[in-house]
Design a protein around this ligand. Structure first.
Ligand SMILES: Cc1cc2nc3c(=O)[nH]c(=O)nc-3n(C[C@H](O)[C@H](O)[C@H](O)COP(=O)(O)O)c2cc1C
Length: 178
């Protein structure tokens, strides 16, 4: 059975409506290991060797965070910067993560219609996430279409429950993909 590492970053989970529920749904999926970065490293002092060992044990990763200023919260970037090192994840001899799969899971305050070339944000989510896509590719990983929950501020409790169920199914699909 494939193993999935869910790398999660939310700077204020106590105030979260949507991601907190998505994360709860993820906890109920077998073969998923959750790394809650802000809980584990509130001072940004990432244990690089530990994170690299964790990453080596998993076949699939999900990079999960709310969309902040068209990107990720800073601790997620710190994780990328410190963990995906030269000579380990890329460069000469850097093949530790080659062949793994990466999926992105993001939530946005903006509605789906805002993330189009005619919309208020002018670009699609995939376009905003290009640096992450290329980071994954440079390290020899395959990068897939993101799972996105849009218009978070307008979601009712019932809508959020439906999104949590959809996220659970998405994670199960990530585990079963080939
Ligand atoms: C600092 C900050 C920056 C944000 N930037 C964006 C953004 O660029 N685009 C967007 O659609 N929503 C943006 N939002 C809204 C968040 O994406 C939204 O509040 C979050 O996905 C809701 O999830 P939660 O209930 O788990 O916090 C931003 C929110 C904060 C606090």
């Amino acid at each position: 059975m494939r193993q999935l590492l869910l790398v999660f970053a939310h700077p204020r989970l106590e105030a979260s409506r949507v991601n907190r529920r998505l994360l709860d749904a993820a906890r109920s999926v077998d073969n998923v290991t959750i790394v809650d970065l802000y809980e584990r490293y509130p001072a940004f002092d990432i244990d690089v060797e530990h994170e690299q060992r964790e990453l080596s044990k998993h076949d699939v990763m999900v990079w999960h965070h709310p969309f902040y200023w068209y990107s990720a919260p800073p601790l997620f970037k710190q994780w990328i910067d410190l963990v995906l090192t030269f000579g380990w994840a890329y460069g000469p001899g850097g093949t530790a993560v080659a062949g793994k799969s990466v999926h992105h899971a993001v939530t946005t305050g903006g509605g789906a219609e805002a993330y189009s070339h005619d919309g208020r944000n002018r670009y699609t989510i995939q376009e905003f996430l290009r640096p992450y896509e290329q980071t994954a590719r440079l390290c020899g990983m395959s990068y897939h279409e993101p799972f996105a929950v849009h218009g978070t501020h307008r979601l009712t409790t019932t809508d959020i429950e439906a999104e949590a169920l959809r996220y659970r199914r998405f994670l199960e699909d990530c585990l079963h993909e080939h």
